[in-house]
Design a protein. Sequence first.
Length: 94
Amino acid sequence: MLSYWGLVKKKSWELDYLLQVKKGLDGIYKKTHKDLCEEENLVQVVWFSMQDEFIKQVKHYEDLINQCYPDSGITLEFKVEDVLSFFSEIAQNH
């Protein structure tokens, strides 16, 4: 689980960006839960599918960056592990 203290080691702009990603994912979870609240298992299935798709997109963008800008050191501000942690933490908190 990625906590605030786990993020302290990152630069402040990276921290702000990560917290924005987490806040966005939390909003998506709340909307999904609201629309599917009667089917609790369906919420879990949809959340897992959303996580899977989000991870695929992150990996795709990482691949594009590596193809277009090899050896440049350019990376996304977050890692797949961060995203997995966010999805897990959000699901556990709701």
